[in-house]
Design a protein. Structure first.
Length: 255
C-alpha cells in the first residue's frame, strides 16, 4: 500500500517497528506518540504535562521543554495533511495503555479520510504490548492487519470520550474494557514489595512492576509517584535524598 504510515505508542515500540521496516520488509514509515496512557488526565495536554511533572518528584530531574502532552498528535495530523498517506496502521495490544491509545487515535482521526488499519498484538506467550516483540515478529504480525470499519472507528472514538471523562488518574483493562480505579489501587502491592529492612527504592519498584498482570503493566514512574506519597504518609521510611529513584533506600513501617 503506497504511503503507509505506522503509528505506535512509545518510543520503544516505534523503534522496534523502525527496525522491522529497515531490516525485515515492513513497508512504510513510523511515527511515535511518546506517552503512557495508563495514568494521568486525558482531557487537556497542559494539565497532563503538569501531572507528569508531579510524578517526577523523587524519580529524576524534569528536563522536558514541551508544555502540551498532545503536541505529538497535532504534529502527526499536520504531517498527514502534508504527506497524505494511503493508510494509517495503528499498533495496539489488549492492554490498558495501548487500548486507550487505539480509542484515542480513533477520536483524533474522527474526521480524517485515511483508512485506519489495526495490527492487534497477541498476548499468549508474552504480554500483549508492541515493544516486547522482536522486529521480525512485528513484520510477521503485519500480515494480520485489519481495516477498522466506519462504525468501529466511531464506537472506539466514543469510548475514548468515556475513558477521558470517567477514568480519572489511573486506568485498568478488565474484561475487555478500560475502567478507572483509585490512584492508590496499587499501594498495597507496592507495600508488599517493600520489606521491613532497607532496600533500594528502584528494587522495590521493580518488584512491584513484576507482580502486575500482563494486561496492566505499570511503569516505574507511576510506582515512584505512589512511593513518594507512602513516604509522605509515614508508611514507608526513606534513607537518602529523594531526587533520583536510584539514589535512596526505603523500608516498610510495621504496624
Amino acid at each position: 500500500m503506497p504511503g503507509l504510515v505506522h503509528l505506535a505508542l512509545g518510543d520503544s515500540a516505534a523503534g522496534c517497528l523502525r527496525a522491522a521496516c529497515g531490516s525485515h520488509g515492513l513497508p512504510g514509515s513510523v511515527f511515535s506518540i511518546p506517552d503512557d496512557l495508563s495514568h494521568g488526565p486525558l482531557a487537556d495536554g497542559h494539565e497532563r504535562i503538569n501531572y507528569m511533572r508531579t510524578c517526577y518528584r523523587g524519580y529524576d530531574d524534569w528536563t522536558f521543554e514541551v508544555s502540551d502532552a498532545f503536541a505529538p498528535w497535532t504534529g502527526f495530523i499536520e504531517w498527514l495533511e502534508r504527506e497524505k498517506p494511503g493508510a494509517i496502521v495503528i499498533w495496539s495490544g489488549d492492554n490498558v495503555s495501548e487500548g486507550t491509545f487505539l480509542a484515542m487515535a480513533c477520536w483524533q482521526f474522527r474526521q480524517r479520510p485515511e483508512p485506519l488499519l489495526r495490527v492487534a498484538i497477541p498476548g499468549q506467550a508474552n504480554p500483549p504490548y508492541v515493544a516486547v516483540h522482536m522486529p521480525v515478529e512485528l513484520a510477521d504480525l503485519y500480515a494480520g492487519r485489519r481495516e477498522l470499519t466506519v462504525p468501529e472507528r466511531a464506537l472506539l472514538g466514543d469510548d475514548f470520550v468515556r475513558i477521558r471523562s470517567e477514568t480519572g488518574l489511573l486506568r485498568r483493562r478488565e474484561n475487555g474494557r478500560i475502567i478507572g480505579v483509585p490512584p492508590d489501587h496499587y499501594d498495597g502491592l507496592l507495600l508488599e514489595s517493600c520489606a521491613p529492612r532497607w532496600l533500594p527504592a528502584a528494587r522495590v519498584i521493580g518488584t512491584a512492576m513484576g507482580r502486575c498482570d500482563k494486561q496492566n503493566l505499570t511503569s516505574d514512574l507511576f510506582f515512584s509517584s505512589r512511593l513518594q506519597i507512602l513516604i509522605d504518609s509515614g508508611r514507608v521510611k526513606v534513607d537518602g535524598v529523594r531526587n533520583r529513584l536510584r539514589g535512596y533506600a526505603v523500608h516498610r513501617v510495621e504496624s
